[in-house]
Design a protein around this ligand. Structure first.
Ligand code: NCD
Length: 357
């Protein structure tokens, strides 16, 4: 079990709807979430035209970002990298610490401070929790602090995944009153899945949401998250029987077993088939419900589900890039350049077809 002391600690928000470090999802308020969702849609609309793409490209041409990803990543790395490129941000990376001075015994603090000498943003994925928060705290003590983004901290938190998940839910339910009032199931290894842990922390921002945790007992949601939900009056239930709850769900967020954290072959001891989705489960799901997954998938999600219109995970994956563009704009205080844009006249001025989302 992760010890309390080394979990991510919220870095206080800089106030209002401003963003600097992105470390812990608990600091996100509804106003900021709504703004980020709107901004994400505005950005992807603008990016559709050549003139819009060029406008975006020039917004942060003077900025550089670095990726310190010492834990495997496909989606988070590629989507952040491409989000940077959408905005003209130049990127550099360390993905293998054996190629950096960390092997010469350079301290974590000195390494982070060195990164900050060259770039304007550090995006970090680490095996241990608490490292991004530690880097952010260090930044707050030096003359030239740069923002730090937690892109996945051990099995603890993954705040930007939670943001893109909120965007996916919000967009999917846009014709049905948004996320408020929805019944959201989370299934799989809830104990060690950082995506569901972070998503739970954002749920306090939505009214009348009900959560249903579907997990084997050994991988049940941990008490820290459950206490948080209780504190904020968010009802949740726990079950091992997917079939019993499937028909009432508005969204089912499926996750894989996080076997990389096994200490004594815990995963092979569980019958995963009870926590998986295939064509049989689809028949029990409401026609308007959605299926999400942070990916990568394991056997818990049959590829046959991909063809179903309720499968939202490939869109969710792409939403990640656009949401990360919005996050970068907020961090560098450039959001008004997109928010204030009159899309009609911008399109007319550049001889583009009207931009539609
Ligand atoms: C997740 C992660 O790395 O936590 N993937 C992602 O970022 N999209 C989920 C996982 O690995 O199970």
């Amino acid at each position: 079990m992760i010890q309390e002391a080394i979990r991510e600690q919220p870095v206080p928000a800089t106030g209002g709807t401003e963003l600097f470090h992105v470390i812990d999802p608990r600091v996100f308020e509804r106003r900021l979430l709504d703004e980020l969702c709107d901004l994400t849609t505005q950005v992807r609309t603008v990016a559709k035209s050549y003139a819009g793409a060029r406008l975006l490209q020039e917004l942060l041409l003077n900025r550089r970002a670095m990726f310190h990803f010492t834990q495997p990543s496909t989606r988070t790395f590629l989507s952040f990298n491409n989000a940077c490129h959408v905005l003209g941000i130049r990127t550099s990376e360390i993905r293998d610490p054996s190629t950096s001075s960390e092997v010469k015994g350079e301290s974590f603090e000195d390494s982070i401070r060195t990164f900050s000498s060259y770039v304007d943003l550090i995006i970090m994925r680490t095996h241990s929790p608490g490292r991004a928060a530690q880097a952010a705290r260090l930044m707050d003590t030096i003359p030239r602090p740069v923002p730090v983004i937690n892109a996945g901290s051990g099995s603890d938190q993954h705040p930007t995944q939670a943001l893109l998940d909120i965007y996916t839910l919000d967009r999917s339910f846009s014709e049905r009153g948004g996320i408020d009032g929805k019944i959201i199931g989370m299934m799989g290894d809830l104990k060690r899945g950082r995506t569901v842990r972070s998503l739970c922390y954002l749920m306090k921002n939505y009214a009348d949401v009900h959560l249903v945790f579907i997990a084997p007992e050994q991988f049940a949601m941990q008490n820290d998250v459950k206490h948080h939900l209780e504190e904020h009056g968010i009802p949740f239930r726990e079950t091992e029987q997917l079939g019993k709850v499937l028909p009432e769900l508005d969204a089912l967020y499926v996750t894989r077993m996080q076997s990389e954290w096994d200490k004594a072959d815990e995963c092979p001891a569980v019958d995963f088939r009870r926590f998986s989705v295939g064509t049989k489960e689809l028949r029990m799901l409401k026609p308007e419900a959605i299926i999400m997954h942070p990916l990568p998938r394991g056997p818990e999600l049959d590829p046959a589900v991909d063809m179903d219109p309720r499968a939202m995970y490939w869109r969710q994956e792409r939403n990640g890039m656009w949401m990360r563009v919005a996050v970068l704009l907020k961090i560098f205080r450039m959001e008004s350049r997109i928010q204030d844009l009159d899309l009609e006249s911008f399109a007319a001025q550049h001889g583009d077809k009207p931009l539609v989302s």
